[in-house]
Write a protein that binds this ligand. Structure first.
Ligand SMILES: Nc1ncnc2c1ncn2[C@@H]1O[C@H](COP(=O)(O)OP(=O)(O)OP(=O)(O)O)[C@@H](O)[C@H]1O
Length: 226
């Protein structure tokens, strides 16, 4: 768990008419669950990708704790973006999907087994560890996608519209699970969404709002308004 900060971050895609991100200043405290709300095209994915190291800012800096990570390669950042459920390997079991990235990282079979079992328990997937993704409900597939990020035990977890493809009932259930899990694990999390319902349900009313690349951050309790 670590705090993260954007300091005066700017971003423009090559040949774009307008910048994607303008003067972004935002600090998310260690262990906090932050909601990033904004309409489609407002720059949410780009902001998360800049933090994850998948996109270089054209100005400013990003920090993890006190460390300037602006130029640090993505795999070294300890900041993980959960991919959506369509990115599961269809030919691998749930257990192998969960353990895949750990195997690539060279962890021992024992460590992989232990982390997979723990993530499966936290996400109520123990019963389906041997199943193929196609045999799961869409809510379960979403939880596997989330589990693949959690087994890495990152300092910071980034969720980019993680519930997009879910029906209403599953949507609320998985949303609640994400919140409960985050509260238990205390992983610093940024949850990006263009759904006002999600933003309100998850933030208790406080959320950072991105509009055309400009971010409005709520004033924290105990912080004097400027
Ligand atoms: N690789 C790219 N090259 C050029 N422009 C891009 C690229 N990716 C995104 N954009 C543009 O940058 C702007 C911000 O896109 P971004 O995906 O960050 O927003 P978003 O809020 O995540 O939107 P969505 O919810 O639709 O994913 C949009 O105008 C988009 O068209």
């Amino acid at each position: 768990m670590a705090s993260v900060s954007f300091v005066d971050v700017q971003h423009s895609y090559p040949h774009a008419i307008r910048p994607t991100l303008v003067d972004i200043d935002w600090t998310i405290r260690a262990g906090e669950f932050a909601v990033l709300y904004g309409p489609p095209g407002s720059g949410k994915s780009t902001l998360l990708r800049v933090l994850a190291g998948l996109e270089a800012p054209t100005g400013g800096a990003v920090f993890r704790g006190d460390l300037d990570i602006t130029r640090m390669p993505a795999p070294d950042r300890d900041i993980v973006m959960a991919l959506d459920s369509y990115a599961l390997y269809p030919h691998l079991s749930v257990a192998d999907n969960l353990g895949f990235v750990l195997r690539l990282a060279g962890l021992s079979s024992e460590e992989i087994e232990q982390r997979v079992a723990q993530a499966a328990e936290q996400l109520e997937l123990t019963e389906v560890l041997a199943s193929a993704p196609a045999a799961l409900t869409s809510a379960q597939r979403h939880r596997v996608a989330l589990g693949r990020a959690l087994v890495r035990r990152p300092s910071v977890l980034l969720l980019d519209e993680p519930l997009n493809q879910l029906g209403e009932e599953d949507h609320e259930q998985v949303r609640e699970q994400i919140r409960t899990l985050q509260a238990a694990l205390r992983i610093t999390t940024i949850y990006a969404t263009s759904s006002q319902d999600d933003a309100q349900a998850l933030s208790g009313g406080t959320m950072a709002v991105l509009d055309k690349g400009r971010l409005t951050v709520p004033v924290r309790e105990g912080t004097a308004a400027p």
